[in-house]
Design a protein around this ligand. Structure first.
Ligand SMILES: Cc1cc2nc3c(=O)[nH]c(=O)nc-3n(C[C@H](O)[C@H](O)[C@H](O)COP(=O)(O)O)c2cc1C
Length: 179
């Protein structure tokens, strides 16, 4: 799929087929994600990807993430299946936090690459901010083997979509052609 087509056809996928995603394909998507531009210049390892596989495991984690969000006063969906949906894979992008916030921006740029790469390969993704506070909790980090010194900045579901939602068409943005 052409990059421009992937940009326009990508939609958040909240319903997945039960079949797993091949690890080779996951690896290729992560390699595409890692091509994102980064600051500062010359960072050897701007991000680390944590891959969580298994719809049942993610269903359990979804329930834990929703409990955690509620216990910490965050709004969440009624239903814990709306956290990771029925996805067979979740990917967490982590980095060493920095005061300037570059790590967060690096990770979000990698996340956008990840979503477009998945789209181009016929896979679906959804950004799942709801799970982020739970992912940053020390108990969760230990469970997922996220090393000390790395902060989860962005999380995504990944899988074969059950269908492609129409999504909300974008308005053309204002453009100022500076004279
Ligand atoms: C930073 C960020 C966090 C998001 N977190 C969630 C989430 O927790 N749950 C969810 O269902 N969608 C989440 N989304 C997806 C947005 O709802 C979605 O991108 C938006 O409605 C536009 O729809 P589209 O992605 O289909 O174009 C998130 C998107 C972004 C950019």
């Amino acid at each position: 799929m052409h990059t421009v087509d992937a940009i326009h056809s990508r939609r958040s996928i909240r319903a997945y087929q039960a079949r797993p995603v091949d690890r080779t394909v996951i690896g290729e998507i992560l390699w595409d994600a890692a091509q994102a531009p980064t600051l500062p210049v010359g960072l050897d390892t701007p991000f680390t990807f944590v891959v969580i596989e298994g719809a049942d495991r993610l269903a359990l984690y979804g329930s834990q993430a929703l409990d955690f969000a509620r216990a910490n006063g965050a709004d969440g969906p009624e239903d814990d299946t709306r956290v990771f949906f029925d996805a067979p894979v979740a990917i967490v992008i982590c980095a060493e936090a920095d005061a300037a916030g570059e790590a967060l921006q690096n990770c979000t740029r990698a996340g956008q690459n990840l979503m477009l790469s998945a789209e181009a390969r016929g896979l679906g993704t959804c950004w799942v901010r709801l799970a982020l506070p739970w992912l940053c909790d020390s108990q969760t980090r230990a469970e997922l083997a996220i090393p000390d010194g790395l902060t989860p900045f962005a999380a995504f579901t990944l899988g074969h979509p059950q269908g492609m939602p129409a999504g909300k068409p974008r308005e053309r943005p204002p453009v100022i052609w500076s004279p």
